[in-house]
Design a binder for this molecule. Structure first.
Ligand SMILES: [Ca+2]
Length: 227
């Protein structure tokens, strides 16, 4: 087949343009929109679907002791209050109740929580994240957010966690890097589990009033892990 001179010129010109274009990154077709950033936060729940299952497949629940502490609603139900969630959203977690005192036997407990996977038998390694971020609201009292780990449940429930003051009347976002969490109460060596080991075997997040109280108002919204 005979190729005309003008066609050959056009061919080599096109080839030259391709070489120049590939050497200039500004001319390369952008593909970044297809790449998920490793810094994208991972949502646990913003409650806007109105159900009791979080974005990780885990389930929300409420719990209380049998010596007089109570929590409402129990079983847990997501609260719908249009425009009154964090950032004007419509759904959030809210529980109220009381926590009795039991300074002798420590059998007093109450709170709400959520699983990190559809089955609580699944260990989730939270070391892949830098920490947890969430919106909180309440009544000015101190609440404790606990990282429930199986390897600590076997050792007196001395979970790693973080205490925060829940502002009365307005939502506030708090950021909890893992470097700021600490174990609850015991300094007994048998109860010590390293932070990395506890995070590696995480099962649930749980919230509880830190101190016995005649009434509490615990609200949480838009929970997410960040890198
Ligand atoms: Ca919400």
């Amino acid at each position: 087949m005979k190729i005309s001179a003008s066609f050959q010129v056009a061919f080599w010109l096109l080839a030259w343009i391709c070489v120049v274009a590939s050497a200039d990154s500004s001319l390369v077709f952008p593909v970044t929109a297809m790449v998920v950033s490793p810094t994208t936060p991972v949502l646990v729940d913003n409650f806007e679907d109105g159900d009791n299952q979080n974005a990780l497949g885990g389930w929300w629940y409420a719990y209380n002791d049998s010596i007089g502490s109570h929590i409402y609603p129990n079983p847990f139900v997501v609260t719908h209050n249009a425009g009154n969630g964090a950032q004007g959203s419509n759904y959030f977690a809210q529980t109220t109740g009381n926590l009795v005192s039991d300074p002798v036997n420590y059998q007093n407990y109450v709170g709400m929580g959520t699983g990190l996977a559809p089955l609580v038998t699944t260990a989730v390694d939270l070391n892949q994240y830098t920490g947890l971020r969430l919106w909180v609201r309440g009544d000015g009292q101190i609440y404790r957010l606990k990282i429930v780990s199986k390897n600590i449940a076997d050792r007196d429930y001395n979970f790693w966690g973080f205490n925060y003051s829940a502002p009365n009347g307005s939502w506030q976002q708090i950021s909890i890097p893992w470097t700021s969490i600490f174990q609850g109460w015991s300094s007994t060596p048998a109860n010590q589990v390293s932070r990395a080991d506890a995070l590696a075997d995480a099962r649930q997040l749980e919230w509880t009033p830190l101190n016995p109280t005649a009434s509490f108002d615990l609200r949480v919204d838009y929970v997410e892990f960040f890198h």
